[in-house]
Design a protein around this ligand. Structure first.
Ligand code: FAD
Length: 126
């Protein structure tokens, strides 16, 4: 391969994706707009088809089919994400994560004083 190519394992991809998904959930608003609710549902649905690990995408599709994304508010989405992640953990024989601790583990992007990552300030654009 190319000198700058690094191989991405299924585990790397999984950790990066869970990081993104739990961070989105941590920053999801208490009162999401219709657009924000649609966006989360569309992201999850899209991953069930184009997630780069095909076998994972297929498993995830089955999990999501039994368990539709709960997009009503931040709390619901964080718990939904924790639950679907636990579904994957179970199928891989991994320990379950205590979903009461999800806030402590995933607190959103550290933006310092920059409010640009506050999703609420973007609501007007949705
Ligand atoms: P990960 O499971 O990647 O978790 C990262 C960190 O999240 C953990 O260290 C922990 O701090 C925290 N965490 C763990 N569980 C939870 C939870 N329930 N809620 C909140 N935080 C939590 N791999 C396969 O081999 N087969 C598959 O079919 C498969 N399907 C996948 C489907 C999706 C949608 C995704 C995103 C990943 C999938 N993976 C699959 C990858 C797998 O889930 C792991 O990411 C990978 O095995 C690396 O695991 P890990 O032990 O490093 O921690």
């Amino acid at each position: 391969g190319h000198a700058f190519t690094t191989s991405v394992t299924k585990e790397d991809l999984g950790r990066a994706t869970w990081l993104l998904l739990h961070t989105i959930a941590a920053q999801y608003p208490a009162n999401p707009s219709k657009q924000q609710r649609k966006d989360v549902a569309a992201l999850v649905d899209t991953l069930t088809r184009i997630y780069p690990c095909g076998e994972c995408a297929f498993h995830f599709q089955e999990i999501v089919r039994r368990n539709a994304p709960a997009t009503g508010n931040a709390q619901e989405l964080q718990q939904w994400m924790c639950n679907v992640h636990n579904n994957v953990n179970r199928s891989l024989g991994k320990a379950e994560f205590n979903c009461e601790l999800v806030d402590a583990r995933w607190s959103g992007l550290d933006c310092g004083d920059d409010m640009a990552c506050d999703i609420t300030s973007r609501m007007g654009r949705g």
